[in-house]
Design a protein around this ligand. Structure first.
Ligand code: AMP
Length: 470
């Protein structure tokens, strides 16, 4: 019998949890679920990885199922807003699992895919809608969606929403929500500006705070290697090669790699890292705002299944990626905001596991490390270069050169093409905030420069070299 039954959740939900294999509620679930079942508003200070999705989903599903209502055309009873496509898709997937034995419909909408199909899916109304803000407002403006029937509203990752410039869209949403609804507001951090935003949504909330950021940081072994920017690629390739080798447990300096997530500051940089790794025989994929939705889904799927054990991501694309078994996080560039470092290393050491984070620190990045150490109150352990680093580096193969950037719209040899919803696409409006377009711009505004490797294109081409994890 699971301890979830003590929280008063309905039987079909308990059954779904059993199927998932959850026995104990996590701290945020234990604190939040009773208050949410009573219909209270909630202010949650929690990161992804704490079980917050179930914390807001389980009581909401319970309340919706206990009070069945007919669907309203273009309406929804519960609205969950998420800053990125990946997180939205993940939340919807999780909710479908929890609602497996309930008669509730769940729809997920985000930018980067055609809007028409999403509008049609909303015609007869749905029970639960998970959305990114830009696409949500598009559908509202097209009169394909109304918020007037919302009973439960969840704003997830509010701090990330602010970083992505969603403040005006969120204010619009706040004005459209009916007064009597229940509101849940989650953020990993709660500076004044976020607290002010929260006040627009929540009323007399129960406050729940879990896993202060240092807790994750303490479970991760953290190393820093001083290295020139120009040598980082060689070091990464050699480090991954050693960590992924069959004898890695004995020989790699920082343990065998199950899955590694590499953070690059720029989208172009992420692509370049992947090209180098692939040239060196290490299957890898990049995930960032210039990738099409299909490419992102394929990359994440391959990573989840272990077909690709190295994923190179920009911060925004990686936000909320929920993959268990990320054993190593590499900071190819050091984030200049210390909180971002904590978010990054939080991708490993999930669910109580331990992980390894390795930062490559160029001379001009040293001040960022000092900020990080001040925030986490943990000193990064120096990790020396391998003894014969220069020799090994000299023997690494050069990657295929990227194809020269094509003039806009030529599309020649572009494979999946540019991702939709990122501005400038024929016929699409690019003058208003839209979830994923903002996300892409927020990364580093590289929209115009697009390079594709001449050799392997996309994931399919890597498959031959892919090694399955055991
Ligand atoms: P979240 O913070 O919502 O992204 O959840 C992090 C991960 O923990 C997800 O993979 C969930 O499926 C999983 N999870 C959530 N609640 C529980 C629980 N009570 N027991 C075990 N796993 C859980």
């Amino acid at each position: 019998m699971s301890y979830f039954h003590e929280l008063g959740l309905a039987e079909p939900i308990l059954r779904a949890l059993q199927v998932k294999g959850y026995t104990d509620p996590s701290p945020i679930q234990r604190q939040a679920i009773p208050a949410l079942l009573e219909g209270r508003d909630l202010l949650g200070i929690a990161q992804t990885g704490t079980g917050k999705t179930a914390a807001f989903s389980l009581p909401s599903l319970h309340r919706l199922a206990q009070d069945p209502k007919p669907r309203q055309n273009a309406g929804c009873r519960m609205l969950v807003l998420s800053p990125t496509r990946e997180l939205a898709a993940q939340i919807a997937d999780n909710m479908r699992g929890y609602a497996k034995f309930l008669n509730l419909t769940i729809q997920c909408i985000f930018g980067g895919v055609p809007v028409g199909k999403q509008a049609r899916a909303l015609e007869r109304g749905v029970d639960i809608l998970v959305a990114t803000p830009g696409r949500l407002l598009d559908l509202i403006d097209q009169r394909a969606l109304t918020l007037k029937h919302v009973e439960i509203f969840v704003l997830d990752e509010a701090d990330q929403m602010m970083d992505l410039g969603f403040i005006v869209p969120l204010k619009r949403v706040a004005n459209m929500l009916p007064a009597g609804r229940q509101s849940l507001f989650f953020s990993a951090t709660m500076p004044q500006a976020i607290a002010d935003l929260g006040r627009q949504f929540i009323n007399n909330p129960v406050k729940v705070e879990v896993a202060p950021q240092s807790t994750t940081a303490e479970r991760v072994e953290q190393f820093a290697t001083s290295i020139n920017q120009a040598e980082k690629q060689a070091l990464l390739t050699l480090s991954l090669r050693a960590g992924l080798a069959d004898d890695a447990a004995e020989n790699a300096t920082h343990g065998a790699i199950d899955r590694a997530l590499v953070f690059s500051r720029t989208k172009h940089g992420a692509d370049r890292i992947v090209r180098h790794l692939v040239a060196a025989g290490i299957p890898a994929a990049a995930i960032h705002g210039n990738k099409s939705q299909a490419q992102r889904t394929a990359a994440l799927g391959g990573f989840r299944q272990g077909a690709i054990r190295v994923l190179v991501a920009t911060d925004i694309a990686a936000r909320g990626i929920d993959v268990s078994g990320v054993s190593h996080v590499y900071n190819y560039e050091i984030p200049n905001v210390a909180e971002q470092y904590v978010h990054r290393i939080g991708r490993t050491a999930r669910a109580g596991a331990t992980g390894v984070a390795i930062s490559y620190v160029a001379p001009d990045e040293k001040p960022y490390i000092r900020d990080i150490e001040r925030l986490t109150r943990i000193k990064l352990e120096p990790l020396a270069l391998p003894e014969d680093f220069q020799n090994q580096a000299a023997r690494l193969p050069a990657p295929a050169r990227p194809a020269p950037a094509q003039p806009q719209g030529s599309g020649r040899g572009q494979g999946g093409g540019r991702s939709g919803g990122q501005g400038g696409r024929g016929g699409q409006r690019s003058d208003r905030p839209q979830g994923d377009r903002q996300a892409a711009g927020g990364e580093e505004g590289e929209r115009k420069r697009r390079f594709r490797p001449r050799g392997p294109k996309g994931l399919g081409a890597h498959k031959g070299a892919v090694r399955r994890a055991g």
